[in-house]
Design a protein. Structure first.
Length: 309
């Protein structure tokens, strides 16, 4: 088998099994196999590096583009083709997109919370509330969208039944079964990581300190960042285990990102004053470096969902 044939087969295998990560670097968007191989460019000519969001089936990637002097939401196919703006011509700074669970719609923030079809058509405003840098979160059944505006609000995709359910909270995500919420909050003068019911009730503080967190794909674990590094714990805050330690003051800019099979976790840090992307086994072990940038500037990344999910 030739080296080129082996490389192509490795790339196809990575795409089929959910072992690729997209990341930004120097105004470009790249995707690379976690276990090695040459990165391939998906998009470029971005003025700033900003977050990336894969479609649920891993076929498309959303990114923010400021090349026209304003923020717009762009989409590109996983092979780097068909890059196009979804919000061109719409007023306002459009950012923080989130796919619906079935991949047919996108919620995003501009001058409030908006929803559009996956191709950018039929844009409609749901509310004029919403913090532009805090991503909306679709319920797993697609019937509710959460967004942040001095607390966590919920609203139906139709725009009905807008209601604040948690005060002084942000960075909210749903548990995979849709029964619980995970978020950061301000409580009694401290930053905390907390979990509640889907209605915002029965809040429980899991940890103190500012740090992002994400559910495992099966909902049995939570990966979270603390000042000392990255940790795992059960959803009730017990059985805490350190996965990686930060040996410098540089902390993560991104929430942890789980592999589709829940066996590995990607995170970023700044060892040696350079931004770097790592992957670590959820069962423990030494983190493996996937990419290191030439400087400490912000980068963003997202683990690609399994193809055909």
């Amino acid at each position: 088998m030739s080296g080129m044939t082996f490389t192509i087969l490795s790339m196809l295998l990575a795409q089929d099994t959910g072992q690729e990560i997209a990341y930004t670097s120097g105004g470009q968007v790249w995707v690379t196999a976690v276990d090695g191989g040459s990165p391939r460019k998906l998009a470029g000519d971005l003025d700033f590096d900003r977050p990336l969001v894969w479609s649920p089936d891993g076929a498309k990637l959303l990114y923010w583009n400021h090349a026209q002097g304003r923020w717009d939401i762009w989409v590109v196919d996983a092979d780097g083709r068909n890059a196009r703006s979804l919000t061109q011509g719409q007023e306002g700074e459009n950012r923080s997109p989130a796919w619906s669970p079935d991949g047919t719609h996108i919620a995003f923030l501009g001058d409030g919370l908006w929803v559009m079809d996956a191709d950018g058509r039929n844009r409609r405003a749901l509310t004029r509330r919403g913090h532009r840098d805090d991503f909306p979160a679709w319920a797993p059944d697609g019937r509710t969208i959460l967004f942040v505006d001095e607390g966590i609000w919920r609203i139906e995709p139709s725009g009905r039944n807008e209601e604040r359910i948690v005060r002084s909270a942000w960075d909210v995500t749903w548990s995979p079964d849709g029964k619980r919420l995970l978020y950061q909050a301000g409580r009694a003068g401290d930053y905390v990581l907390a979990v509640s019911g889907a209605d915002g009730r029965d809040e429980r503080i899991l940890a103190k300190g500012l740090g992002s967190a994400r559910w495992s794909p099966d909902g049995s674990k939570i990966a979270f960042e603390a000042e000392q590094g990255f940790f795992l714990m059960d959803p009730d805050g017990t059985n805490r285990k350190r996965l990686a330690e930060f040996k410098s003051k540089g902390r993560s800019f991104n929430p942890p990102s789980w592999s589709p099979d829940g066996k590995r976790i990607a995170f970023d840090a700044q060892p040696d004053k350079k931004w770097a992307l790592f992957v670590v086994d959820a069962a423990g072990g030494l983190p493996a470096k996937v990419y290191e940038a030439p400087d400490s500037a912000y980068r963003f990344f997202a683990w690609r969902p399994r193809k055909g999910r």
